[in-house]
Design a protein around this ligand. Structure first.
Ligand SMILES: C[S@@+](CC[C@H](N)C(=O)[O-])C[C@H]1O[C@@H](n2cnc3c(N)ncnc32)[C@H](O)[C@@H]1O
Length: 211
């Protein structure tokens, strides 16, 4: 199941600020962007907190946008850790590649999160420690959300976490409990509007059932 692809748009001024690019994309693509500003520093730091950067071998970010979370990850990962950044929108990808051009351990892929397991297999990566998602999963059609979470579950090792940001604190807890055995919510009150992070473990449907 592919998520609906963004239609090609006119050229984007590379000097335009991130917030303007996000506003433009929000009005062009609505629910697949679902936010009219990049995530704040508070939110971006919270979603990458409590990761053991000495031990992780691979972290994946889904839906990087202009890269506020990517920056926090890049600042923290050590040379032995692979960072795979997946973003479907070509203009956001261009922005990410320019912004992080001097960061060799970030592999920026223009692709669909619904195929994350295949994108990783193509690169010879078999186990991922954490997936950090800025995707607006609740606003996707259920079959697209199912495909993204199933693909993510196939990519994650048994002890990996799926970390999802939200601008609607607590509201989607039950939704994620439908997919994962253990779902914790951490609020980020300093974000405007208040936001939060779901940290999910133990995908429920099992590898065979989700392909
Ligand atoms: C709410 S924005 C979050 C951007 C950024 N992570 C942040 O926190 O500011 C959602 C991002 O997900 C991307 N996206 C939506 N559907 C996607 C998909 N199927 N695969 C990869 N990226 C996708 C959008 O292009 C957009 O950049």
């Amino acid at each position: 199941m592919n998520s609906p692809a963004p239609k090609p748009q006119g050229s984007v001024d590379p000097a335009s600020p991130d917030w303007w690019l996000v506003v433009r994309k929000f009005f062009q693509h609505g629910t697949t962007i679902a936010s009219f500003a990049p995530s704040s520093r508070f939110l971006s730091r919270k979603i990458v907190k409590d990761i053991d950067y000495d031990k992780v071998r691979c972290i994946v970010e889904l839906g990087a946008g202009t890269g506020p979370i990517t920056k926090e990850l890049i600042d923290r990962v050590q040379p032995h850790t692979k960072l795979i950044i997946v973003e479907r929108d070509p203009d956001f990808c261009k922005r990410l590649r320019t912004r992080f051009a001097d960061k060799p351990n970030a592999d920026i892929i223009e692709g669909d999160a619904a195929h994350i397991d295949q994108l990783l297999a193509d690169r010879g990566i078999t186990d991922v420690d954490h997936i950090v998602s800025g995707l607006p999963l609740p606003s996707f059609p259920a079959e697209v959300r199912d495909a993204i979470l199933a693909s993510s579950a196939r990519a994650l090792g048994a002890h990996g976490t799926f970390r999802q940001l939200t601008y609607m604190p607590f509201i989607y807890w039950r939704l994620y409990l439908g997919y994962f055995a253990d779902v914790r919510f951490n609020i980020v009150p300093l974000n405007l509007p208040p936001a939060g992070i779901y940290v999910c473990r133990g995908y429920k449907l099992g590898r065979a059932a989700v392909s």
